[in-house]
Ligand binder design. Structure first.
Ligand SMILES: *Cc1c(COP(=O)(O)O)cnc(C)c1O
Length: 362
């Protein structure tokens, strides 16, 4: 492959479009005649203001974000949002969580510090290998919101349909599926994602929040930096933002727009995932760990059923130029993360390799 790169199946930080990396390389020493690199630039400069403004505008175009939603660029990754969400959305102090894996479990645990958490559905009984039926859940009358992790990165599940929240606000962690397909923003009160899975460098979360949910009458002890209104009222620049990550995300937004937007991404991602799932469904050695209807298009865990065999396959893939296929310890086996930037040829090459491995080691 070009530049001696490997096919990188990492769950995050994850593979980036080569075109974007090349553009960044070309602008590294002198960004568009400014005479400096973006990482050397004042965040109060006109040049950087244009970078962040364009990034937001392009994201709004890509997702069709309505005018009554704010876009916030906040440091601290997705994990900080586990706390910021209950802190800022707390009115009655009751939060409903659907727990479908490690990430939603962590979010629920954090929320318990700020109110009463009801786990209204869970798939823990089968190691989070499915999405529970969410059509008629016991939503609390006092719930400030209903929380989901829409794509569980570790377990490889995704919601085939959004839960019926019975009129309550839906809050969604989209970290590992952000911009992988069209999204009807007005179905949600708040959408957020750490960008290092499907968009850019680590250390930045993008929060898309309906304006009326940004309140000033919250606990005054909440640190100023952890208030959504602080970020909303200061154009995401209350302090020095993660300028570099915002710049790179902006590049990726332009790349996605140029390549057909989210409809085109959805089509590509479906095609790519089908290559992998068709193989798993026909293989005698490997099998997927998730029920078919809830399979993620982004993260695909699979196992041989034997730990030593799994480890041998991981080692063989790495030697053949397919990196980061070791599964998360809570599922074991292997996991192929095939985000937007993974080309279909990468998945096809992996499948060819696994077929050959299976034939030789049957
Ligand atoms: C990776 C991930 C997180 C944590 O992201 P950080 O930026 O490391 O805090 C949270 N939720 C999901 C779904 C993830 O995939």
């Amino acid at each position: 492959m070009k530049y001696d790169r490997v096919y990188n199946f990492s769950a995050g930080p994850a593979t980036m479009p080569v075109e974007v990396l090349e553009e960044i390389r070309d602008e590294m020493l002198n960004y568009k005649g400014s005479g400096m690199c973006v990482m050397e630039m004042s965040h109060r400069s006109k040049v950087f203001q244009q970078i962040i403004d364009e990034a937001e505008a392009d994201l709004r175009t890509l997702m069709g974000i309505p005018d009554n939603y704010k876009v916030l660029f906040i440091q601290g990754g997705a994990t900080l949002e586990f706390a910021m969400i209950p802190m800022n959305l707390c009115k009655n102090g009751v939060f409903d969580y659907i727990v479908t894996g490690n990430w939603s479990k962590k979010a629920a645990t954090e929320a318990k510090k700020y109110g009463k958490v009801n786990v209204i559905a869970s798939s823990e009984d089968k190691n989070y290998s499915y999405i529970p039926d969410c059509s008629d859940l016991p939503i609390d009358d006092d719930a400030d919101y209903v929380y989901i992790c829409e794509n569980e990165t570790i377990h490889g599940t995704t919601y085939p349909v959004l839960p019926n929240t019975k009129g309550k606000i839906l809050v969604s962690d989209q970290s590992s599926m952000f911009l992988s397909k069209p999204c009807n923003v007005s179905d949600y009160g708040l959408i957020y994602g750490g960008v290092q899975k499907n968009v850019g460098p680590a250390g930045l979360a993008i929060v898309i929040i309906r304006e009326d949910l940004i309140r000033e009458d919250i606990d005054p002890k909440i640190p100023v930096y952890l208030r959504f209104d602080t970020h909303a009222n200061n154009g995401s620049m209350y302090n020095t933002p993660n300028c570099w990550a915002i710049y790179v995300c902006g590049k990726v937004f332009k790349y996605l727009l140029k390549n057909g937007g989210l409809e085109a991404m959805a089509k590509r991602n479906e095609d790519k995932a089908k290559v992998m799932y068709d193989f798993l469904d026909s293989s005698k050695m490997f099998k997927g760990t998730v029920v078919k209807k809830d399979r993620s298009l982004m993260n695909i865990p699979f196992v041989t059923g034997d730990k030593d065999k799994d480890a041998a396959v991981v080692a063989a893939t790495k030697a053949a130029g397919f990196d980061n296929l070791k599964g998360h310890k809570s599922v074991g086996g292997l996991r192929a993360s095939i985000y937007n930037a993974m080309p279909k040829e990468g998945v096809e090459a992996l499948v060819e390799f696994l077929k050959k491995y299976e034939a030789e080691n049957a």
